[in-house]
Design a protein around this ligand. Structure first.
Ligand code: SAM
Length: 240
């Protein structure tokens, strides 16, 4: 008999920010296939005989290709297992969750989708930055700051984005270019507030605030490293 795959959003870092439904799925899983940005504390809730499969980035080794992860999910489900695919934040926000669901559909594998709290909103929030605020910001955009190697892929044009607040994921290693592009945006200038939140919602959370004019230097001094969320807009200072 075929098993099932449950796609679970683990939330942004703090293990208590998973949903009750997500936690219940972890407790009954036979197999958990997990990424590097999930809190490892969540794995303590799994059954004693659970099979844990790490598919995140590994130092000095190649990252798992999406096709390899898809194959694991399909194979384990075909063995009759209840598989939890545990992803950081929300599975459908830059999480490639959609691709995994398409693969499961292709193989007629039963599945369920459990949303998670995305870092795009929760990481700024826990750092006391509301991404909308009455009279300050009535729109926000969440974009990737990761330059796609494949130039055929859809690219983000920061110089044209019109939302009041811009939230950038996967942008830490590309900060200088992102800032230069944002400075070409008629809606922003050197004084536009910027915040960088590293390892948000965890005990290692670090917040660096500045402006488009000085954030690159500030970030260099701090020696910033991913994971981090970049927030651009007046909301950065609204609760100061
Ligand atoms: C591949 S994306 C996945 C996003 C995830 N699906 C979500 O909804 O949060 C990974 C990026 O999310 C952001 N991120 C995730 N967890 C974070 C955290 N605890 N602190 C800061 N940024 C985080 C970073 O920008 C990181 O590069």
């Amino acid at each position: 008999m075929c098993g099932k795959v449950i796609l679970v959003g683990a939330g942004p870092g703090d293990p208590e920010l998973i949903t009750l439904k997500g936690l219940n799925a972890i407790k009954k899983a036979d197999v958990i296939v997990y990424d590097n940005l999930i809190s490892k504390d969540l794995l303590d809730y799994a059954k004693d005989n659970v099979e844990l499969i790490y598919v995140g980035k590994r130092k000095g080794m190649h990252s798992f290709k999406q096709e390899e992860i898809n194959k694991i999910l399909v194979e384990k489900a075909k063995e009759g297992k209840l598989v939890v695919r545990l992803k950081g934040g929300d599975p459908f926000v830059f999480g490639r969750g959609g691709e995994e669901i398409l693969e499961l559909k292709k193989h007629n594998i039963p599945y369920e989708i459990i949303p998670g709290i995305t870092s795009a909103i929760a990481v700024p929030e826990v750092a006391e930055i509301p991404i909308t605020h009455r009279k300050v910001a009535t729109s926000f955009t969440v974009v990737t700051g990761h330059e796609a190697e494949d130039k055929e892929k859809k690219q983000v044009n920061l110089s044209e984005l019109n939302a009041d607040t811009i939230v950038i994921l996967m942008g830490i290693t590309n900060l200088e270019k992102l800032v230069n592009d944002l400075l070409k945006n008629p809606k922003r200038n050197e004084n536009t507030p910027v915040a960088i939140i590293l390892e948000g919602t965890t005990k290692n959370q670090k917040v660096i605030k500045g402006t488009l004019g000085n954030i690159v230097n500030k970030a260099k001094k701090e020696g910033i490293k991913p994971p981090g969320v970049i927030v651009v807009g007046e909301v950065v200072n609204v609760l100061n």
